[in-house]
Design a binder for this molecule. Structure first.
Ligand code: A3P
Ligand code: MG
Ligand code: MG
Ligand code: MG
Length: 384
């Protein structure tokens, strides 16, 4: 495997790492903090509603997934009727709520659906979306197949540093979704290039900690909704709508007591490099491998203390894979940086301007983690 980690990391290491959050740090508790958090109330309510309805649609599909529900994209990654349905639904709901100022950067587009033979799958998606929109009397509409295709394509905005843009991953962790494992509906709002709001619906995530021995008991309910507004903290509530609780990242200071998350898919993150980092830190617990931004959600409530994402050389991270998760963790007191210690920059369009990996932990552990990441990357590069 040819990895050029050292070359990517060295120039930035001349600068001291910033350990910044992915948006402005929370202001001190004062009346201005309340005003900042309050100003996105309508957006937060709409985002929670859209993500919860989309989660219901995905749950229904996951329970009865047909082979014909799955397609393969140009890059060979999978996409399902639920990915398209979730994107159409969230796009429709947000456009209804904000008709005058609507811009959405989302993962999917309708190109493959418009090809010959796509009509049947579009009809199935249309039925799913109409059923989900009307299920609890939320909307009294019947969308046509063309409405659905248009709603999907309304996610074609490029984002950027000016104005407001919604950022959507309609199903993050499609491979986990297909396996019956973890996935998330991840929705964030950018304002002036900063993430100001994030919602993560994780339909299969247990309500109690992943480190809890009883998490696999039949009585342990699943389905979590995490949400955060800049300056307002992070909250979690059951997807069934009962009341929300404020969450905080783990306070662990001793890395020997920390446990870490990484992708289930080895192709998405170098497991050998993360185990080298864990070894240097003295982490004792084995890695927790789960799909999707459910990792950010679990970390925000202290289920584990570290998330390492170290993709293979050349992979370009997309903003929808991190925007919601980043604010959910940082508002819960965590820190999200790239592997050079720089904050993630969501203002550059669809891609994050980095290729050295993403590291997430609490404020106390970050300096130790950063050093272990730097040393491990150098060791790996020099051993090649
Ligand atoms: N080679 C690769 N390296 C890193 N990430 C990749 C990848 N191929 C796909 N991904 C991204 O990894 C995401 C899933 O992350 P995780 O590994 O944490 O479950 C995918 O999101 P989608 O499932 O939305 O396509 C996809 O964007
Ligand atoms: Mg995908
Ligand atoms: Mg994704
Ligand atoms: Mg996706």
């Amino acid at each position: 495997m040819s990895i050029n980690w050292l070359r990517f990391v060295s120039p930035s290491l001349k600068k001291p790492p910033l350990f910044h959050l992915c948006h402005l740090p929370p202001p001190p508790p004062s009346s201005s903090a309340v005003i900042v958090a309050m100003s996105y109330d309508k957006e937060l309510a709409a985002a929670k509603k859209a993500a919860s309805l989309a989660a219901r649609l995905c749950q229904k599909v996951q329970k009865a997934l047909l082979q014909s529900d799955v397609q393969s994209k140009n890059d060979k990654s999978p996409v399902t009727v639920a990915d398209y349905g979730s994107q159409a639904l969230v796009s429709f709901v947000l456009q209804q709520e904000f008709p005058d100022n609507f811009s959405l950067v989302a993962e999917e587009d309708s190109k493959d659906l418009r090809k010959d033979g796509g009509q049947e799958i579009v009809e199935r998606i249309t039925k799913l979306v109409n059923d989900s929109l009307t299920i609890d009397g939320s909307y009294n509409v019947t969308l046509s197949t063309e409405d659905i295709l248009r709603a999907i394509d309304n996610g074609r905005s490029e984002g950027g540093s000016q104005g407001r843009h919604w950022v959507l991953d309609p199903i993050d962790g499609t491979k986990g979704f297909l396996r019956g494992d973890q996935y998330a509906i991840a929705l964030a709002l950018l304002d002036g290039g900063k993430v100001v709001l994030g919602v993560l619906a994780c339909p299969n995530l247990p309500l109690t900690s992943l480190s809890d021995a009883g998490q696999h008991s039949p009585n342990n309910k699943v389905g979590c909704l995490f949400f955060a507004v800049v300056g307002g903290g992070t909250y979690m509530q059951p997807l069934d709508g009962s009341s929300a609780v404020k969450v905080q990242v783990s306070a662990v200071e001793n890395p020997e007591e920390a446990s870490f998350f990484e992708s289930y898919e080895a192709a998405h993150s170098m497991h050998d490099l993360s185990s080298l980092i864990a070894q240097k830190l003295g982490v004792k617990a084995p890695p927790v491998r789960i799909d999707s931004q459910a990792k950010y959600g679990a970390l925000s409530r202290g289920d584990g203390a570290i998330y390492l994402r170290l993709p293979h050389k050349g992979y370009r991270e997309k903003i929808w894979d991190h925007a919601a998760g980043c604010i959910v963790v940082s508002e819960a007191g965590g820190v999200v940086t790239d592997a050079a210690g720089q904050p993630l920059d969501f203002s550059k369009g669809k891609y994050l301007d980095l290729d050295t990996g993403i590291i997430v932990t609490n404020q106390k552990l970050m300096p130790l983690l950063f050093n272990a990441v730097r040393k491990s990357i150098q060791e790996k590069a020099s051993s090649l």
